[in-house]
Design a protein around this ligand. Structure first.
Ligand code: IMP
Length: 428
């Protein structure tokens, strides 16, 4: 029995899709446990085919794997159907995809409210993906949400949507000066969409626990990252769920004692999308270099990602908050052709050295990176198969990140392809 949690150790976009795909053949189940279609996981198959997934677990690309959209996920029905048909058009077998009966449905009014709220906030905006994620989770916590199982009882579903829209329409019309949404139209639209996924709704919590009892291997696939966690991230510039390892148990319905491995995904440098503090952010030609060489454009929104050097303070924090047992270091190849590679080892906050995440929001906004420099390498490392194949200076960089982060770097990505990974220690 093994339940492995895979989480982003930075601000998302660390390359989680590649890691899931690497493990794919050894897994029986892949589960998304939080977030929604704010995520974007890119997987490149050996034949060069590229898939961008937003809502559906990356395991869908490995034949024979069962895929679950867990209870902690918020599901936009329209996006789900589009993603399913996009996969089916490319001959991907989607029959093994299940949706937890308890997953919340992301409704058209959530998207509308996300967009108008951001506009209202002006330069204080979060920089959300505009997909309605925050408003949907707000409804879940306020106990006025609509769950997947509700579409199985049309009368209840209509009652819930009507009740929710009574308040939402007041907000849209009276506060934001927008048009009200017609309840009957929303009910009709979503129930029509539900015809395309009703048969996938299941008691996935039960199925997963039974699978673990049978000794099968389950991967709990996080989206976003530790620093975007609503509790442990750079609040308020965060997403509205718990991408951290603790969220995996809640968002899938398995006990925390079933989790055997916590695999953190760590990019060899740092990126962030949206607003919020980012101490190692670069505004010079090196920032442009990382963005261009690393192809740092959001999979979901197409927004340019902010880029900066590796930040060991947040990596150390991620190791502790998640209980990370292993790291998958991605995109090491992007750093080839630097004379020296900076690593942020601490911050300077208002003239004082700080080795941990600052406690206050202001402290984090004022944090300036304290760098140490490692010798770089110029060789193309994209074909390296073992750790020993890497230039000595690249090996030293990895070993230093390992030491600073406090967890073993077990896999190293040296290119986007499925086979461009160095495995130092097998995860499964
Ligand atoms: P939301 O999740 O759309 O509410 O956006 C909240 C914050 O999380 C914004 O800064 C987004 O840019 C960021 N965010 C959400 N999903 C992702 C992701 O998959 N990768 C990186 N950033 C994300």
């Amino acid at each position: 029995m093994a339940a492995i949690v895979l989480i982003g150790a930075q601000w998302g976009d660390e390359g989680k899709g590649k890691a899931t795909d690497l493990l794919g053949e050894k897994l029986q189940w892949v589960v998304r446990y939080q977030g929604g279609n704010n995520a974007g996981h890119t997987v490149v198959l050996p034949n060069g085919e590229t898939f961008a997934l937003h809502l559906i677990p990356s395991g869908i690309l490995t034949p024979g794997v069962n895929n679950v959209i867990g209870n902690g996920v918020v599901v936009d029905p329209g996006v789900l159907l589009t993603e399913l048909s996009g996969l089916e058009d490319r001959d991907v077998d989607t029959t093994g995809l299940m949706i937890s009966a308890d997953a919340h449905l992301l409704m058209p009014y959530h998207v509308a409210i996300d967009k108008v709220t951001e506009r209202f906030l002006g330069n204080k905006k979060i920089g959300t993906t505009g997909r309605g994620i925050g408003p949907c989770y707000q409804d879940k916590i306020a106990r006025v949400g609509v769950r997947a199982a509700d579409v199985l009882d049309e009368k209840i579903f209509a009652q819930k949507v009507e009740a929710a829209l009574e308040l939402k329409n007041q907000i849209l019309v009276k506060i934001y000066n927008r048009r009200a949404l017609e309840p009957a139209q929303v009910v009709d639209e979503v129930l029509t969409q539900a015809e395309g996924f009703k048969h996938r709704i299941a008691n996935t919590q039960l199925l997963l626990n039974e699978a673990l009892e049978r000794g099968e291997t389950v991967l709990l696939e996080g989206s976003q990252g530790t620093l975007l966690d609503v509790d442990h991230g750079t609040y308020p510039y965060v997403t509205s769920s718990n991408p951290t390892a603790g969220g995996a148990a809640v968002g899938s319905g398995i006990g925390p004692n079933k989790i055997t491995t916590v695999l953190g995904i760590l990019k060899a440098y740092t990126t962030r999308v949206g607003s919020g503090p980012f101490p190692t952010e670069l505004f010079d030609e090196w920032g442009e270099y990382l963005a261009k060489t690393g192809g740092e454009v959001g999979v979901t929104t197409g927004r340019a990602r902010r880029c900066g050097w590796f930040d060991a303070v947040i990596a150390r924090y991620a190791t502790r908050i998640n209980g990370i047992t292993d790291y998958f270091l991605t995109k090491l190849d992007v750093l080839s052709s630097l004379d020296r590679v900076p690593i942020c080892v601490a911050y300077e906050v208002d003239g004082e050295r700080v080795d941990e995440m600052p406690m206050t929001q202001t402290g984090f906004h004022h944090a300036k990176p304290v760098y140490e420099y490692m010798p770089g390498w110029w060789e193309d490392i994209s074909q390296c198969k073992t750790f020993d194949d890497l230039p000595k200076t690249a090996q030293d960089y990895v070993l230093r990140l390992e030491e600073l982060s406090g967890a073993h770097i077990s896999c190293i990505g040296v290119g986007p392809g499925r086979d461009q990974t160095i495995v130092r220690r097998a995860i499964i």
